[in-house]
Design a binder for this molecule. Structure first.
Ligand code: NDP
Length: 328
C-alpha cells in the first residue's frame, strides 16, 4: 500500500512565520484559506478584482492581486480552475517564484500532463482533497477529517514533504489520513472517475428511466422510484458507511434475492473494455491534449454537447416530479 500520513506525522508549526498565499477564493480556495488561518497560520489571498475578492475581504483576509500575493508568499497554494491555471501561472505566479519557495496544487493535472513546467529551485507539492470545498470547511469545523492525495513533484529545499504534510494538517485532512501518490496517479484517478464511472453510471440510469417510461409507467412515478425519493442515494451513502455487500442487509430478502440473481446479467465485458480504453486515453495524455485543443478552438464541441444535452426531456421530468411530490 502507498504510504499514508496522519496528524502525528505532520507539524503545522513548520509553517509558522511563513506566509501562505492562497491564489483563488472559490470552492477550495475559501475553505482551505479559512482552515489554514484557523490552524494558526498567516494566510493572504490573491485574486482578480471582482466577486470573490469581496468575499475574501468580508472574511477578513488581506487581499492582493495574484502577482502581489505570489510575491509576498513563501508557500503559494494555487486554487483556481485547472484549465485557466497554466496561463495564470505563467503570467502572474512564475515571475514571483523565487528560489526556496513552495507551490502547492490541489490537483496533479497540469504537472502530470506537462501543461505547467515549474522552474528549478522551488518545491512543487500537491494536497488534493477527496472532498468538495464546502465539505473541507464543514469537516474542519466539526473536527472531522477527510482523505487527500498528497505528492511531491520537486523537492528543492529538502523539506517538501514536511511542507506538504503541514498544509494537509492545516486544512484538516490528516485527521483521516493523506496518501502519498504521484501527481500523475492523482490526476488519472480523478479523470477516470469523471470519464468512466460517472458516464457509465449516468447511461445506466438513463436506460433504466427510459425502459420504465417506454413500458408505460407514469413519468413522475419512475423518477421518484429511481432517483428523486433519495432512496437510491441513501443506499449509496450506506455503501460508503457499511460496505458494498453489507448494506444489502438493510434491504428485504425479496430485494436481495432479486438483485443478486439478476446482477450477473449486467456483467458486460464491453463496459470493462470501454473503461480500459478510457483509462488508456487518460494515461497517454491524449485526453489532456484533446481538451487543450478544444479550449484553444473556443469550446465548439463542449458547447454543442451542452446544447444537445439541454434538449433531453429529463429536466422537465424532474420538474414535474418535484411538483407532483412537493419536493421543491
Ligand atoms: P473554482 O472554480 O472554485 O475557483 C474559483 C476561483 O478561481 C475564484 O477566485 C476565481 O476568481 C478564480 N479564477 C477563475 N478563473 C480565473 C482566471 N482566469 N484568472 C484568475 N482567477 C480565476 O476552483 P476550485 O476550487 O473548484 O478548484 C481549484 C483547484 O482545486 C483545482 O486544481 C481543482 O482541480 C482542485 N480541486 C477542486 C475540488 C472541488 O471541490 N471543486 C476538489 C478537489 C480539488 P473570479 O471570481 O475572479 O473568477
Amino acid at each position: 500500500m502507498a504510504e499514508v500520513f496522519y496528524d502525528e506525522h505532520a507539524d503545522v508549526g513548520s509553517l509558522k512565520g511563513k506566509t501562505i498565499g492562497v491564489i483563488g477564493y472559490g470552492n477550495q480556495g475559501r475553505a482551505q484559506a479559512l482552515n489554514l488561518r484557523d490552524s494558526g497560520l498567516e494566510v493572504i489571498i490573491g485574486v482578480r478584482a471582482d466577486e470573490t475578492r469581496r468575499q475574501a475581504r468580508d472574511d477578513d483576509f488581506e487581499v492582493f492581486s495574484i502577482r502581489e500575493a505570489a510575491g509576498k508568499a513563501d508557500v503559494v497554494l494555487i486554487l483556481i480552475p485547472d484549465e485557466v491555471m497554466p496561463q495564470v501561472f505563467t503570467r502572474h505566479v512564475l515571475p514571483e517564484l523565487a528560489q526556496g519557495k513552495a507551490i502547492c496544487f490541489a490537483s496533479g493535472y497540469n504537472i502530470a500532463f506537462k501543461l505547467i513546467e515549474p522552474p528549478e529551485g522551488i518545491d512543487v507539492v500537491m494536497v488534493a482533497p477527496r472532498m468538495i470545498g464546502a465539505g473541507v470547511r464543514q469537516r474542519y469545523l466539526e473536527g472531522r477529517g477527510f482523505p487527500s492525495f498528497v505528492g511531491v513533484h520537486q523537492d528543492a529545499t529538502g523539506n517538501a514533504l514536511k511542507t506538504t504534510l503541514a498544509i494537509a494538517k492545516g486544512i484538516g485532512s490528516t485527521k483521516s489520513g493523506v496518501m502519498l501518490l504521484t501527481f500523475a496517479q492523482e490526476a488519472e484517478l480523478d479523470l477516470f472517475t469523471e470519464q468512466a464511472l460517472g458516464p457509465a453510471f449516468g447511461q445506466v440510469l438513463l436506460s433504466a428511466i427510459q425502459t420504465l417510461i417506454d413500458a408505460g409507467y407514469p413519468v413522475e412515478a419512475v423518477m421518484v422510484e429511481l432517483v428523486l425519493s433519495g432512496e437510491f442515494a441513501y443506499s449509496m451513502q450506506k455503501i460508503v458507511e457499511m460496505g458494498f455487500f453489507q448494506q444489502m442487509e438493510l434491504h428485504s430478502h425479496t430485494s436481495q434475492y432479486g438483485s443478486m440473481t439478476r446482477s450477473v446479467r449486467f456483467m458486460n465485458p464491453q463496459t470493462a473494455q470501454t473503461m480500459k480504453d478510457v483509462l488508456e486515453e487518460i494515461r497517454s495524455g491524449a485526453f489532456a491534449r484533446e481538451w487543450e485543443a478544444e479550449q484553444k478552438a473556443g469550446l465548439p464541441v463542449f458547447n454543442q454537447i451542452k446544447e444537445a444535452r439541454n434538449l433531453h426531456p429529463i429536466a422537465e421530468w424532474e420538474r414535474k416530479t418535484r411538483e407532483a411530490f412537493r419536493l421543491l
